[in-house]
Design a protein. Structure first.
Lengths: 339, 339
């Protein structure tokens, strides 16, 4: 029997279509992935091609020209050459009838995660993943230091069906001049929940997940990865910090290392269990200056791209998930990581 | 210079990324479409295979066993063999902590639009498109006659990248036991707009579009097709009825014929101008019994599947559209239909 499950964060229902449900292993890609070389001459993100990107805004390790070559780096942050929004634009508004316009002010940077063209987060050394997260934190704070920025999103698109044509491992960080309505609505719902119950909704969800255990994928000291009860799509996964805090950049040093372990392990389980699926992840966080942080709790949402949204999802907002969250979590828990 | 444009229906911003904008013709598929036969022996929707579907609930023309063969039909409506929701299920609710569940009651039917396996709406005779719309109307009323149904969505997925693996032309109609939050939120925003201005927001949008004209694609007697000012994706198109009415099934006979002309012409312009793109469309309508119908206005949203949503869209709700709505509309206006 199918059932509708409620997503308390989005306040939207999800149909868990049990009768046409696929087994977790049905999502394991049977296509042999093409061999990607570790260096591509024409790739603007490969070492030696540093001049093909706009001028670097940050790198690890910081450049010491007397000691190292310009192409010796672990991580680089550069403005997006094809930025959706521009840092140097004025922020202007026009209101005309039902039309409202803001000029394209904003910040759109690329975080080049590694010099290796064919690398992926699951295979990176743990301390390198920690460096990426540390870079996220640093840039998150930097973008919010620009007072005209309304909201900052950190995300990663991995693979063509996840919306990227660039193979070289990278994340993106975009600062928009507005707070997206989607973000504001979720925040309002979280505040409403707090006002009624005096609890953080995400802390409450997490407590229930820990107690039940059936949807947990990876638990580390400070983080817990689990398949949401109302997962939108097959293997949709959340990573919550166990400590309540609303703003990603308040993450402590020891938490960064633990998040690296949790994120790497979760992505490695997807990498092995589903044979290198394309995926997106996004960090959902309050902004540093936002009040009412007792109501919200930042987290990471990982979306392996295994299905296609269609007319029903577009027209209703309700997703049809043709897998069973508990089965997917069990499958991932059992995946052994041989590295 | 990029700009952010506001979508007054969803209350969300869209980034029109002018600087990486593609020309409309860049979206014209260069892949020669594979030849699809007009009949496929194994297709459950092809004539002669009527027993491969669950028992038919409606057909045009109605079956007269003395006069016609069982396989002589223009349109058939059948329950979905792999239904997301079941008509015979009980509607039951369970509430447990943050978990809310509804049993999988609902209705999920398929509208087989034509006996021809390789047909598409753009190429169907006008009166046949009108029969499809008449079928939508009839089934829409029928589904809402079930009092446990909260909301009814009519939609079409055409092509693999639009989320269907079945080639045979078909639409779907799903009745859910709840009103989706997405639908309720839009309704509330429309009511709020009405309360403040005394106007239907969609009537106001339409008046502005007619006055400007730059985004209009096809105008017929009773309908107008245009690219929204804040189109989410390239060639995203809306078809609005010119007369204000909130519920799709209140469409009059002469309006059905005119909608058939508008829909067929709009889809034909996409079919020729973009070389048979995959697409979804969805009918967004109030439910028949809903009060406050002065605030809402039903419409059709068409989404050609030319791009992939990625982490930024998922994490923010803000879409990045790499085309300019006015250019796309101009391009489609100029497409000549040679049939």
């Amino acid at each position: 029997m199918p059932e509708l499950r409620f997503n308390p964060i989005t306040k939207e229902w999800v149909i868990i279509a049990t009768e046409r449900a696929k087994r977790p292993e049905d999502f394991k890609s049977r296509v042999r992935k093409k061999d990607i070389p570790h260096f591509v001459d024409t790739c603007p993100f490969c070492p030696g091609n540093e001049t093909k990107t706009p001028e670097e805004v940050y790198r690890i390790p910081e450049l010491d020209q007397s000691l190292q070559a310009a192409s010796e780096w672990k991580i680089r942050v550069v403005p997006n050459k094809f930025a959706a929004l521009h840092r140097k634009a004025e922020k202007m508004r026009i209101n005309e009838g039902t039309k409202h316009i803001i000029s394209g002010f904003g910040i759109h940077d690329i975080i080049i995660e590694t010099p290796l063209h064919n690398m992926t987060t699951a295979l990176l050394p743990l301390d390198h993943v920690a460096e990426i997260i540390r870079t996220y934190k640093r840039r998150f704070i930097e973008l919010y230091s620009e007072p005209k920025i309304g909201h900052v999103i950190i995300f990663k698109n991995h693979g063509e069906s996840a919306g990227t044509s660039l193979e070289h491992p990278h994340s993106q960080i975009i600062g928009t001049p507005v707070t997206p309505s989607q973000v504001r609505n979720r925040m309002e719902e979280a505040i409403r929940f707090f006002d009624i119950t005096g609890e953080c909704m995400l802390c409450k969800i997490m407590a229930e997940e820990k107690k039940e255990g059936t949807r947990v994928v990876v638990e580390t000291e400070y983080f817990i990865a689990f398949i949401p009860y109302a997962a939108l799509t097959p293997f949709h996964t959340w990573i919550f910090p166990k400590r309540h805090f609303a703003v990603f950049s308040d993450i402590a040093d020891e938490e960064i290392l633990d998040l690296a372990l949790n994120l790497k392990t979760t992505l490695a389980k997807l990498y092995i269990g589903l044979n290198e699926p394309d995926f997106n992840y996004v960090i959902r966080s309050n902004r540093p200056t936002d009040a009412r942080s007792e109501c919200f709790h930042w987290y990471i949402s990982i979306i392996p791209r295994l299905t296609t949204t269609a007319g029903f999802e577009m027209g209703s907002g309700i997703f049809i998930n043709t897998t069973i969250p508990e089965e997917n979590a069990e499958y991932l828990r059992e995946v052994k990581i041989p590295f």
